[in-house]
Ligand binder design. Structure first.
Ligand code: F6P
Length: 212
């Protein structure tokens, strides 16, 4: 079977403040998640069912909150003793770009640009932020990545962001993409998707809440 693990970055300074986008670092709670994720990866992702060490792949976005979330995971760049994981940084995994509204809260957008806020409510998947992106743009830039993801035999851990993982998850489990913008992808949770080659591409899902 082939396993894909997806997780959002640990809590960022902007998450704590309710702000969109940006390139903030992690809060204390987010840093704790990074440590727990490393332990989880070592014990679960880099071991097979018999406890044997196995190779896995690690993908992050180019934003520091995902890179910092993955920083304790042992891989060739931080520890010569381990060769299980190799990291790749993909800009295509970066969070939806809110353009002129980066760094604002939902309440501020509502107050300053009420018309835009209602346009987004009416059509969340199609709405494009001024000088920014829409969910459709995310779908388009994930396309080459999912092709690659599905070609691997090794497990892959993808550390990315809320909007991007809503799209990726919906694609991987075969959900209607119209549902993606409201899909629940909570912080500090690893979603494991297992594909059984004998079950026609169907996958089973397990969620691991690692706290805090
Ligand atoms: O709030 C965290 C965040 O990742 C923002 O950076 C991003 O704009 C938002 O989630 C995406 O979620 P939604 O599409 O529901 O606004």
């Amino acid at each position: 079977s082939h396993n894909i693990y997806i997780t959002r970055h640990g809590q960022s300074e902007y998450n704590a403040a309710g702000k969109l986008g940006g390139n903030p670092p992690l809060t204390e709670a987010g840093q704790e998640y990074a440590r727990r994720l490393a332990k989880f990866a070592e014990e679960n992702i880099c071991k097979d069912d018999r406890g044997e060490t196995r190779k896995a792949r690690l993908w992050t976005s180019s934003l520091q909150r995902t890179i910092l979330t993955a920083e304790h995971i042992q891989h060739p760049f931080v520890d010569d003793g381990w060769q299980q994981m190799s990291t790749r940084v993909y800009r295509n995994l970066d969070e939806i770009f809110a353009g002129e509204y980066e760094g604002l809260t939902y309440a501020e957008i509502e107050k300053l640009h009420g018309d835009e806020a209602s346009l987004r409510k009416m059509d969340k998947i199609g709405y494009r932020y001024p000088r920014g992106e829409s969910y459709f743009d995310i779908i388009a830039r994930l396309d080459p990545l999912v092709q690659e993801l599905e070609s691997y035999e090794e497990a892959v851990l993808v550390v990315s962001h809320q909007a991007v993982l809503r799209v990726l998850y919906s694609y991987l489990v075969g959900n209607d993409r119209e549902l993606a913008p409201k899909q629940e992808i909570p912080l500090h949770t690893v979603v494991k998707l297992s594909y059984d080659a004998y079950h026609d591409g169907a996958c089973t899902e397990t969620r691991f809440y690692l706290g805090p």
